[in-house]
Design a binder for this molecule. Structure first.
Ligand SMILES: *[C@@H]1O[C@H](CO)[C@@H](O)[C@H](O)[C@H]1NC(C)=O
Ligand SMILES: *[C@@H]1O[C@H](CO)[C@@H](O)[C@H](O)[C@H]1NC(C)=O
Ligand SMILES: *[C@@H]1O[C@H](CO)[C@@H](O)[C@H](O)[C@H]1NC(C)=O
Ligand SMILES: *[C@@H]1O[C@H](CO)[C@@H](O)[C@H](O)[C@H]1NC(C)=O
Ligand SMILES: *[C@@H]1O[C@H](CO)[C@@H](O)[C@H](O)[C@H]1NC(C)=O
Ligand SMILES: *[C@@H]1O[C@H](CO)[C@@H](O)[C@H](O)[C@H]1NC(C)=O
Ligand SMILES: *[C@@H]1O[C@H](CO)[C@@H](O)[C@H](O)[C@H]1NC(C)=O
Ligand SMILES: *[C@@H]1O[C@H](CO)[C@@H](O)[C@H](O)[C@H]1NC(C)=O
Ligand SMILES: *[C@@H]1O[C@H](CO)[C@@H](O)[C@H](O)[C@H]1NC(C)=O
Ligand SMILES: *[C@@H]1O[C@H](CO)[C@@H](O)[C@H](O)[C@H]1NC(C)=O
Ligand SMILES: *[C@@H]1O[C@H](CO)[C@@H](O)[C@H](O)[C@H]1NC(C)=O
Length: 658
């Protein structure tokens, strides 16, 4: 038998030469912990939204643009000599979508003409149901052909005839279902629409809002990409912080994230210039985030715009009132009943039932952009104005300030703060005690965290690691354990950013890497570690007494009052001479003969190993085993250097997996 790659003889030798760390988990004491210990955070970065978790396959589907990112034909190519151009017609599809694509042709062309879209760096084509639609303006008798084809060989994998309902001077929507006859060998595919020029009167047709969706997560209309959504659901997350991040702030005061421009039919969403170098469609809008929460069982943590833009500009005190009103309107849209003005707006869009909303965050990182004066405006009047108005109208709402007590803000209880420690792994190790002195009045959300810099003193201006890497993840485990030890004062914690499209990204360290090809979706080392810790939730932590304080072992113990299980989570950082650490764990009051499930994560590629999307490798080794209680009442196991483990004592007779 081989355990953790070490022959039994070596283990026996180690067991006799190393003293075990004996840890007693007491059955009494401790505190109730937050019910939302770990969650997700959405930020429009790395094409995490459009071309990411938002399942739309057509890029630049509605020719949206801005001063920063002008309207263009990017991603579109003509077929058989059609002439494509952007037009701002005097009768646009909608006020929100003023630009459209004109497709001109000559009626003497004998072949069908049209256009193709390259998708978000390709399109995943499989034998499944694609739902498509497009708007056409112009006179056309005949039919359109919608097809999915190879960008490499032009092979058609599936196509469908769409009878024309097009009319002169009118925008008419055409809808279709396309089921390819075969799976494409790669994702280097395009979506094409073609038509017969002979049927066109007037020499051209105008097109807009050309959309194609694969099946979505839980079959939501306008929904989420299933493989990515399912990977997130498998983390057992408990909350979603949205819509950002810097994306909430917007690039300047003219372009914050405007909730009321992200709702309703897609043709009424103008989109906006994002803060990460591209225009965003806002197809993933306020209602879609709330559906995401419903479908994954997540507590929404809705961030409202607090009057600060990413360029550091902020709203003066005398001009703030309309923005406070706007935030109240947004909250009313979400949770007001259908008799209120904004509740009525929601109902008119097809959602008569209010959503539950208990957490509001006021702004994002208000301590950063525009500091010091921008920050001063937050601590002197912006935070208070939003907080007072929201508390007055919604006394049960939990308010979260965007800075934390660690950003030198005194946050008036019961409001919480938000702390964003992006760190070197050694920092998490050194700061393990950071939360221990928080008082019950210092409730803190960790709205973003991640090990981003390699050890060695490279500061914030320095480079990010190219991918999440093993020792970074072990540092994160130490950090996550430090939050759960203080689970009565740490509201919850979430890794950020969570997604990275490998074809265009701005931030390298993310939980999941992906591209159009679903086979390339890569779960990082940090994903696996987060998953282990998050899928064994504690509802009440328990005091522990270790026999010695090692400098490497970090742990938390607790019970889950919902399942009746007792749980011990442990991370081992650098050890003396790289030796494994024997652990002898005793749960006070546990009956003789009990068993426990051990899940241990190690790396087979050392501290610097990482999961590389180009290789499709996984350096994380997961070892599971059932531990039997020894004669002296302990569970004994070995923690190798740089490992993370969970010991779970389920209800007797039940299995130990979550
Ligand atoms: C319980 O909370 C108090 C303060 O809120 C803290 O001092 C104590 O260490 C906590 N106990 C455990 C087991 O976390
Ligand atoms: C067309 O409309 C877009 C907005 O969609 C605008 O940015 C652009 O300047 C307009 N172009 C012209 C030629 O008016
Ligand atoms: C698709 O193939 C073409 C032709 O080889 C290439 O230029 C393009 O980069 C490929 N696109 C993607 C997304 O792989
Ligand atoms: C695919 O079709 C395009 C557009 O009609 C054409 O330009 C290209 O040469 C074709 N490629 C192949 C490999 O046939
Ligand atoms: C959204 O709200 C803002 C501020 O209240 C308002 O100026 C704007 O007209 C609204 N936009 C839409 C599309 O309703
Ligand atoms: C805030 O007030 C100052 C001083 O009156 C003024 O210069 C500045 O333009 C104002 N800022 C905004 C965003 O209106
Ligand atoms: C908080 O204060 C410390 C010490 O004065 C300083 O180093 C740090 O930059 C401050 N943080 C913020 C966000 O202002
Ligand atoms: C914690 O809360 C107390 C009481 O509200 C406050 O005095 C203190 O400044 C807060 N911050 C820290 C870091 O303890
Ligand atoms: C471990 O460290 C804690 C905190 O410094 C201390 O209270 C405790 O006595 C130490 N335990 C042992 C066994 O040294
Ligand atoms: C832990 O070991 C790594 C190398 O594996 C090193 O970079 C790091 O500085 C060490 N940290 C501590 C706190 O010793
Ligand atoms: C319990 O027994 C194991 C061997 O079975 C030993 O390694 C461990 O130190 C003992 N623990 C205690 C608390 O006596």
């Amino acid at each position: 038998m081989v355990l953790l790659g070490l022959p039994v003889a070596v283990l026996a030798f180690l067991a006799t030469t190393l003293n075990a760390v004996e840890i007693v988990v007491h059955s009494q004491g401790g505190n109730e912990t937050s019910r939302i210990p770990f969650g997700l955070m959405h930020e429009d970065i790395n094409n995490a939204g459009d071309g990411g978790i938002y399942a739309e396959l057509i890029r630049n589907r509605a020719f949206q643009g801005s001063k920063q990112y002008p309207v263009s034909l990017s991603s579109w190519t003509p077929i058989n000599g059609a002439i494509l151009s952007i037009k701002n017609l005097s009768t646009p599809l909608s006020a929100a979508l003023p630009s459209s694509m004109n497709v001109a042709t000559s009626s003497t062309v004998s072949k069908s003409v049209g256009f193709a879209n390259a998708g978000f760096w390709g399109i995943d084509v499989r034998k499944q149901k694609y739902k498509g639609s497009f708007y056409v303006r112009g006179s056309y008798k005949g039919s359109f052909k919608a097809s999915l084809q190879s960008a490499l060989t032009n092979e058609t994998f599936g196509s469908i005839k769409v009878e024309s309902k097009a009319r002169k001077n009118e925008w008419v929507q055409h809808q279709f279902i396309l089921v390819p006859e075969k799976d494409a060998p790669s994702s280097n595919n395009t979506f094409a629409v073609t038509f017969d020029p002979a049927g066109v009167t007037g020499g051209s047709l105008d097109f807009n809002l050309i959309s194609l969706f694969p099946p979505t997560y839980k079959n939501r209309e306008n929904g989420l990409r299933p493989d990515i959504a399912e990977a997130f659901a498998a983390l057992n997350p408990k909350f979603l912080r949205f819509p950002g991040g810097n994306a909430l702030e917007g690039p300047n005061l003219a372009n914050p994230w405007k909730w009321n421009e992200t709702i309703g039919p897609l043709k009424d969403r103008p989109g906006r210039p994002g803060v990460w170098g591209y225009q965003t469609s806002d197809g993933l809008g306020l209602v879609e985030y709330l559906h995401w929460c419903n479908d994954m069982g997540l507590e929404p943590i809705l961030a409202i715009w607090s009057g600060l833009a990413l360029d550091g500009a902020y709203i003066n005190e005398t001009d703030l009132a309309p923005w406070v009103e706007d935030a109240l309107n947004e909250i009313e849209f979400v949770r007001g009943d259908a008799s209120t003005p904004y509740g009525q707006l929601r109902a008119s869009l097809g959602y008569p039932e209010p959503w539950e909303l208990k957490f509001i965050e006021v702004g994002n990182e208000d301590w950063l952009a525009g500091a010091p004066s921008g920050y001063k405006s937050y601590t002197t009047y912006r935070f208070e104005a939003f907080k007072n108005a929201i508390e007055e109208k919604y006394p049960d709402m939990h308010i979260i300030a965007s800075p934390s007590v660690f950003d030198n803000m005194t946050i008036p209880a019961p409001a919480a703060g938000d702390y964003h420690p992006y760190r070197q792994p050694n920092d998490y190790y050194a700061e393990f005690d950071k939360f221990d002195n928080l008082t019950p009045d210092n409730l803190t959300l960790v709205g973003e965290f991640a090990a981003v810099h390699p050890n060695g003193g490279i500061d914030w201006a320095g480079q990010l690691h190219p991918f999440p890497w093993w020792i970074g993840g072990v540092g994160e485990a130490v950090f996550m354990i430090s939050t759960e030890r203080n689970g009565d004062r740490i509201l919850g914690a979430t890794y950020a950013p969570i997604l990275r499209n490998m074809n265009r990204w701005q931030w390298s360290v993310c939980m999941i890497e992906f591209e159009a090809d679903v086979k390339k979706t890569t779960l990082s080392t940090s994903y696996h570690i987060f998953q282990l810790i998050s899928t064994h939730p504690i509802t009440h932590n328990l005091p522990t007494t270790p026999s010695t304080n090692t400098s490497s072992l970090f742990f938390v113990a607790g019970k889950n009052e919902d399942t009746g299980s007792q749980i011990f989570k442990v991370a081992n950082y650098n050890t003396t001479d790289h030796q494994p650490t024997p652990v002898s764990l005793k749960f006070e009051g546990l009956q003789k003969g009990a068993t426990a499930g051990l899940t241990l994560l190690t790396s087979d590629a050392g501290p610097f190993g990482y999961n590389d999307p180009a290789k499709g490798n996984n350096v994380v080794v997961t070892t599971t085993k059932t531990l039997s209680m020894g004669d002296n009442g302990t569970f004994d196991f070995m923690m190798p250097e740089l490992s993370v483990a969970v010991v779970d004592i389920g209800i007797p007779g039940h299995d130990h997996s979550n």
